[in-house]
Design a protein around this ligand. Sequence first.
Ligand SMILES: *[C@@H]1O[C@H](CO)[C@@H](O)[C@H](O)[C@H]1NC(C)=O
Ligand SMILES: *[C@@H]1O[C@H](CO)[C@@H](O)[C@H](O)[C@H]1NC(C)=O
Ligand SMILES: *[C@@H]1O[C@H](CO)[C@@H](O)[C@H](O)[C@H]1NC(C)=O
Ligand SMILES: *[C@@H]1O[C@H](CO)[C@@H](O)[C@H](O)[C@H]1NC(C)=O
Length: 486
Amino acid sequence: MFNIAVVLFSVLLVESRSDDIKLPSWFKIGAATSAFQIEGGWNASDRGESVWDHHLHVFPETLEGNADVACDSYHLWRRDIEMCQELGLDMYRFSISWSRLLPTGFPNHISEDGKNYYNNLIDGLLEKGIQPVVTIYHLDLPQSLQNLGGWANPLISKWFADYARVVFSLYADRVKTWLTLNEPIIQCDNGYNEETVPYLNDVKIGRYLCNKHALIAHAKAYRIYEKEFKPRFHGKVSMVQLFVWLQPATKGDEEITNLTRQYWEGRYGHAIYSKDGGWPKQLERHLARNSRLKGYPEPRLPPFSDEEVVLVKGTFDFYALNHYTTLLVRKARPGEEIGRWPLYGSKELGVVLERDPSWEKGDADWFSVYPEGIRKQLNYLKNTYGVTEFLITENGFFNTDPSLNDTRTVQYTRKYLEQVVLAIQDGVNVTGYIHWSLMDNFDKGYGAKFGLYSVDFEDQNRPRTARASARYYSNVAKTHSIHPEN
Ligand SMILES: *[C@@H]1O[C@H](CO)[C@@H](O)[C@H](O)[C@H]1NC(C)=O
Ligand SMILES: *[C@@H]1O[C@H](CO)[C@@H](O)[C@H](O)[C@H]1NC(C)=O
Ligand SMILES: *[C@@H]1O[C@H](CO)[C@@H](O)[C@H](O)[C@H]1NC(C)=O
Ligand SMILES: *[C@@H]1O[C@H](CO)[C@@H](O)[C@H](O)[C@H]1NC(C)=O
């Protein structure tokens, strides 16, 4: 049965010309943003302070500019919907600001203004036939909760679940695709390595506490939807994983690459997607041994209880994947200095991650264009977990060139989409692709130009202008051809 399905499935992808590769007709196209990166309106109405507001206001010198106004989507949401419509999108992925909806961080008070803002956005999209794909949490914790320990406090999973229940009760009648947490690996591993909010330096303990609490928080929210909302609204819920594809640098690095994949993806994915649940066994043993050798009485990666394993296991309706690039993995040389995790390696594993110098570079030192990586990764995830539906929730080119003629973004998107088609032909059920990003936005400053639309941050009206990539992408959305004749 399964093989026949795959064959039939591939027949649907018949190509009319060898250079005219088409996405299947049922394939959905979207673009993404996140609340803090675009909304501005940081003190509008009764909005509370988020960790980002706090950091940018207390340490204004550390990053270039703040996001008090950002793209001003708090006021310009109608234009954002219009852009989605110009692109012909099936989906728009945005996130809800916890501090805008629940100014204290707790459900004792729901902001009328916050509630209406997202009602307007959701209704406006649906009027144009665009499905809202909603991220409940995208790195912007209320500062009030950070003051209580944030993601290192086990109570956070309850606080998040309470917030998620409010979100579901307000919007689940109209929103059918839900994403609980965005990239918990960035939230925890980078957040506790001073690379993003809350900019704490606690890689030895804080990162691992956050890792476990993020999984429990996601699972509680998933179970709430499953029990209280799914029977009525029939939507889908998942968590967004960031996974840089990892390849062994040499034949001798295969085993360490396996362990490194467990460290990167397994530490966030295994508990949810695997048949056994819990931490990846080999990694758990490795980290427990490290803890012992360093004199800790217990493993720093907190074990799951049997109840927790059951709580978290299977809490997904599809695999939501953010993919940007590929890195090579090799064992560190004796005495070699390992750079800051995660982009350059891991001291816990004794590995170095680096670009293959032969690959085309993006505008960040870790960013390569290696389109085959996304196909390999999708196959790896399917084979590892047996997942039957994938949604690419982010993919885009790290461009710092503000030009409207963003040829490299067009090329990158085309090549990655081509590999997505090949992955579908391999039998991986990828049902949609969401580009990062709809428009340029705050990304620790305004230097990164991921946008299909450019935004003029010097102009108080924040005008948006379509780039060449927007024209390319609208052709993809309309024709499903990856090589549209422009
Ligand atoms: C909101 O913040 C802006 C700075 O971004 C400031 O100029 C304005 O006075 C603040 N408004 C209120 C009501 O506090
Ligand atoms: C790495 O893992 C794969 C399965 O993902 C396995 O087939 C392979 O044997 C492993 N390689 C080594 C060297 O451990
Ligand atoms: C792919 O996933 C969608 C959504 O879950 C489902 O409707 C479809 O049948 C799946 N296709 C295959 C070939 O498994
Ligand atoms: C855009 O740039 C490409 C090369 O990067 C060039 O071939 C093309 O003519 C440019 N298009 C416009 C409209 O400037």
